[in-house]
Design a protein around this ligand. Structure first.
Ligand code: NAD
Length: 477
């Protein structure tokens, strides 16, 4: 990534944004520093015998704040993983959890590895060994530290971690709650895989419910027909792009990936691009749109909404001035550096900040953790009872209509829809939607009610820091 040398690191960027917010608060002396600093970072170097030799890997688990326990945050696999990045991501987790009211402190982990260089079996050995190191120090534990997927990891890795924990804690009845983002058959929850992308969709839908906010971002009408550019068609980017195009009628005109980008003025078929990437490992050659060799350039394309969903630091001092989208949704963590943030604000670009925009993942992770602790699938007790009560009402309406000769007929499909009790997926979506709406409203209230708050990021930090500060005060600090 070509960044001018004056650019601060990711962690410094997060701290600069934090400092901008606390300058507007009146925290007791010392509390600001207590909240800002990362409590601890554990670095582990471990060896695994693979391909006839011992390979040494470096991994991290940072705990940013323990005002609530367990602490929560994903585990990332990437060659660029380093302590600064993990600490920045852990801090963001603290603020994110506070903003969406999930009762967790912030944490994050990472393993410096390129997962594409290893076979599935090798990755399992590496993951189990990394998990072993963290589990024996309670850095993976249902009541202390609960990881989840992030860049380069997914359900498969979470299932290995859960199994490793269960092997090492054979009598822990809550073992499955030691990690979230697991597959359904290992104690996962319906709707977790797509949760972060779904949350991005719900965030945008909520934004478009507020004409005043839309006006600030030079948006009119609805999401239908909005021209969107997405960077990174991984877990988060793929699901966000898919739902926004298939369900809200938005046009995904550009997709920027590692090996290049795709452009189609009439909107790319997201599923087609996704399938192509699965088969070919990149977007090169995909017939869904025109190939653009310089993918990063797509960030500067003219569009209504830009969704960076790949990695941090992609909008920096070197390209911020060239960004033309009036609205940016930070689906990735930290895609805009602190310097770029200032440039974009000066240009009047509205940013829906990462700590809110990608909070769908941790929200549904929270539901999964609760499900694991309660040892029962959501909806299992109520669903049929709910259906029976609805049936009562329908029967009564039909009896009345027949008795009084009113000739009422219910519209087609209504009966089936009304009678169906909510299953786990519907409940998860409802809980996620509610969370995203409520959190947005808490941010926008601060954004619009205070003269000294001019953007959503500072508003988000103010809400989050205030809640963390209150927890610390309640603990007597
Ligand atoms: P992923 O590994 O599934 O996908 C990342 C995608 O970005 C891949 O398709 C990759 O090829 C692409 N990519 C990487 N570098 C790129 C570059 N320089 N230009 C263009 N494309 C590039 O990861 P993910 O889980 O979707 O995470 C993406 C971002 O979202 C990260 O910042 C992560 O921290 C954040 N996030 C993820 C979750 C989650 O639940 N997975 C939750 C919250 C936040």
């Amino acid at each position: 990534m070509s960044q001018p040398p004056t650019e601060p690191s990711f962690r410094q960027s997060v701290d600069i944004m934090f400092n901008r917010a606390v300058a507007l608060m009146d925290l007791p002396p010392g509390l600001e520093e207590k909240i800002r600093v990362c409590n601890s970072t554990y670095t582990v170097r471990f060896g695994v015998r693979l391909r006839g030799a011992i390979h040494t890997f470096t991994g991290y688990r940072s705990v940013h704040s323990e005002h609530f326990e367990p602490v929560k945050g994903g585990i990332r696999y990437a060659p660029s993983v380093n302590q600064d990045e993990v600490e920045a991501l852990a801090a963001l987790m603290t603020y994110k959890c506070a903003l969406v009211e999930t009762p967790f402190g912030g944490s994050k982990g990472g393993l410096r590895i390129d997962p594409r260089e290893w076979t599935e079996h090798e990755l399992e050995q590496i993951t189990r060994r990394f998990a072993y190191e963290l589990i024996k120090r309670d850095l993976i534990n249902p009541s202390q530290n609960v990881p989840a997927p992030d860049m380069g990891t997914g359900e498969r890795e979470m299932a290995w971690i859960a199994d490793q924990y269960a092997r090492m804690n054979t009598t822990d009845i809550n073992a499955r709650a030691c990690v979230t983002g697991k597959p359904l058959n290992s104690g996962g929850i319906a709707g977790r895989v797509e949760a972060t992308g779904r949350g991005v969709q719900y965030a945008l839908r909520e934004f478009f419910r507020h004409p005043e906010d839309m006006k600030a971002a030079r948006q009119t009408g609805t999401l239908e027909g909005k021209r969107i550019v997405v960077q990174g068609l991984g877990n988060v980017g793929y699901h966000a792009a898919k739902f926004l195009s298939e369900e809200d009628g938005a046009l995904i005109v550009g997709i920027a990936e590692r090996d290049g980008g795709l452009w189609n003025d009439r909107g790319l078929n997201v599923e087609e691009v996704h399938q192509w990437m699965r088969a070919n490992g990149g977007v090169t050659g995909c017939p869904a749109g025109r190939f653009v060799p310089e993918a990063a350039g797509l960030l500067e394309a003219e569009c209504d909404i830009l969704i960076p969903a790949a990695m941090e630091g992609v909008i920096h001092l070197g390209n911020a001035d060239a960004i033309r989208a009036p609205l940016i949704v930070e689906a990735a963590n930290g895609p805009v550096t602190a310097g770029a943030d200032e440039v974009l604000r000066r240009k009047g670009i509205v940013i829906i900040p990462d700590m809110y925009a990608n909070a769908g993942g941790v929200t549904v992770s929270y539901f999964e953790w609760v499900k694991n602790l309660s040892h029962i699938r959501f909806g299992r007790m109520q669903r049929r009872q709910e259906e029976a009560r609805h049936q009562l009402l329908i029967d009564e309406l039909e009896r009345l209509s027949a008795d009084k000769g009113l000739g009422w007929t219910l519209s087609p499909g209504f009966k089936e829809k009304y009678l169906r009790g909510a299953d786990e997926l519907e409940l998860v979506r409802s809980g996620l939607d509610d969370t995203m709406r409520t959190a947005y409203q808490s941010m926008r209230e601060v954004w619009h009610s205070r003269q000294d708050v001019t953007d959503l990021r500072v508003a988000a930090y103010l809400v989050a820091i205030d809640r963390v500060a209150k927890s610390y005060r309640a603990k007597g600090l």
